[in-house]
Design a protein around this ligand. Structure first.
Ligand code: ADP
Length: 178
């Protein structure tokens, strides 16, 4: 059910792609900026859409770990993407502990459950929190794998989940973990 691939998630043909967002959906850098740019062309426009979506879907202006917000795929539809699911992983700054693992577990599981609710069959994840948020990639991949084992028992619509690693180096390290 889980497959590790190397590539650019903005070009990946999954029905739902997950964004490693910050809690206000500012899409200021990393994969969030790349997704916003690819989806809307104008990043500021996608930020506007995203902030309206938080208000509408959560009734507040931020996202907690485990909560998710869905925005339209816009230009990503050309790759077969239907939804972008925004989730917020932990900030690590190089440190890792049980609390960060739990926050990441919630973030990944929340996105998977939303994908299930949306009825999609395929979902692509980036290495949430392993970039600007500074969590160790190996721990992120290990946590991802554990959550997948948990989710598999409840999945009905989702058939396949991809973990998309951007760099060759990260891809190699992730493969070693699995
Ligand atoms: P976070 O703030 O959650 O750490 P980042 O966007 O900084 O989020 O990084 C998360 C991961 O996404 C990093 O491993 C980074 O290399 C990767 N990444 C960045 N751009 C892309 C992309 N276009 N496709 C897939 N992964 C990407």
């Amino acid at each position: 059910m889980i497959e590790i691939v190397r590539g650019d998630i903005t070009k990946f043909p999954a029905e739902a792609i997950v964004n490693a967002a910050n809690r206000y959906l500012e899409h200021g850098g990393g994969v969030a900026y790349a997704i916003a740019k690819a989806a809307a062309g104008d990043v500021r426009e996608y930020i506007r859409i995203s902030k309206a979506a938080i208000r509408e879907q959560l009734g507040k202006d931020w996202i907690d770990h485990g909560e998710v917000v869905v925005t339209p795929a816009m230009n990503l539809e050309r790759h077969g993407v239907k939804y972008v699911i925004h989730t917020v992983g932990p900030y690590c700054g190089g440190r890792w502990d049980a609390e960060k693992r739990e926050k990441l577990r919630k973030a990944v599981l929340g996105a998977l459950r939303k994908a299930e609710e949306l009825g999609v069959r395929t979902v692509a994840f980036p290495a949430i929190s392993a970039g600007i948020f500074g969590c160790p990639l190996e721990e992120v991949v290990r946590t991802f794998k554990k959550v997948m084992e948990e989710f598999m028992k409840e999945a009905k619509n989702v058939e396949k989940v991809y973990l998309v690693l951007y760099s060759e180096e990260d891809y190699r390290r992730a493969l070693e973990v699995l």
